[in-house]
Design a protein around this ligand. Sequence first.
Ligand SMILES: Nc1ncnc2c1ncn2[C@@H]1O[C@H](COP(=O)(O)OP(=O)(O)O)[C@@H](O)[C@H]1O
Ligand SMILES: [Mg+2]
Length: 400
Amino acid sequence: MSAIDPLIRIEKVTKDYVTEAVVVRALRTVDLTIMPGEFVAIVGTSGSGKSTLMNILGCLDRPTTGSYHLAGIEVGTRSSDGRAIVRNRLIGFIFQGFNLLSRTSALENVELPLQYRGVPVKERRARAKKALEAVGLGDRTDHTPNQLSGGQQQRVAIARALVTDPPLLLADEPTGNLDSRTSFEVLALLQRLNRDLGITIALVTHEPDIAQCASRVITVRDGLIESDVRHEPLDASALLEEVIREAKLRDRAVVAEAPHAVKASRLAIPKALPLFTLMHFILGGILGALYDAAIFGEVGVRIPLFLALLADIVLSSRRFAHLGHRVRSVGRAVDVALVTHASFALIFVLALFLPRLGPSLLVLFPAGPRVIGAALLVTVVSLALRVIALQTPIFGRARP
Ligand SMILES: Nc1ncnc2c1ncn2[C@@H]1O[C@H](COP(=O)(O)OP(=O)(O)O)[C@@H](O)[C@H]1O
Ligand SMILES: [Mg+2]
């Protein structure tokens, strides 16, 4: 194969899945050529045929009709053994779920493909070590997958895919289980492998940012290639730095700038406003009843204050976080609780130190609706305070 021959050439490929009830036409006449050294992203909605195309590219499955040449070898018509040989020689796979052996060290996981090929122990150990070093995990060779983070596990899987020096790397949703920071780490690694080692990469993704890191984006729809666009790829390591910078900004205890300068997108509130408001209204009702009893009844002030704080810490804790907003640490929970509590305390201060003004706010309401009035007051004040607080956390640190 000369340098200008395509690595992948698919012509008029179709794929039908024949089930008892129906025939699913998963691919309908696909033509595709990928040159050595390309970095291709395959995108499309769920069920559009991305995985089917990937499985054919990866020689895991055979097209129903049409031809597939990989590195000049016709593989579309080969038997499954024939395809396995080509696959082992030419292709490294990366999966969404990492597919590592769980009780086996990183080094042994990476060694596995070499073991299947009968490479002697010493050599395969050395090559596996080198592959792990290439993905930045030279110091984690003895760790088992459960001792590694998701991103590290995916890097082990990439090392395993690389250890046989394949010219082609195929990845089906490799960042599907990773957060955006780790996704860009993995992407930066793939870009480096593509650039420095000239490995051809085809990856399936449904995340637009990830796809933009490839130099060519192929959109599949209803089993057809809908568009095929080459463009200047985004640099994943620059995106990674941006994500880290944003996380650091969010991390800072107090945002120095005025609240309106902070991006609106950082406010978690609007998304869950109805639930958030309801939660606070219920809380406000409880507090209001206590408040009412404290001011007009016998109950001491300290107990309701304590209960209020406790209730809000519970409501703000991880378990209930999905109700209104994301609270990812104890510090943040306390922070958020204090804000709600502050609004409650404010009413108490009004009532205790400005007796005329305090109770007069509530005396506006007759006894029964007084509780509702207090609930409304707590809700409005705590919402307002929290809008400010979520932009300028007092104690909390949002995790990157
Ligand atoms: N083994 C199978 N048997 C029957 N139908 C299948 C099989 N695999 C995929 N399909 C169908 O083929 C279509 C394309 O699937 P797939 O390639 O997995 O899509 P994607 O990866 O883009 O979500 C879908 O309609 C899916 O239901
Ligand atoms: Mg799929």
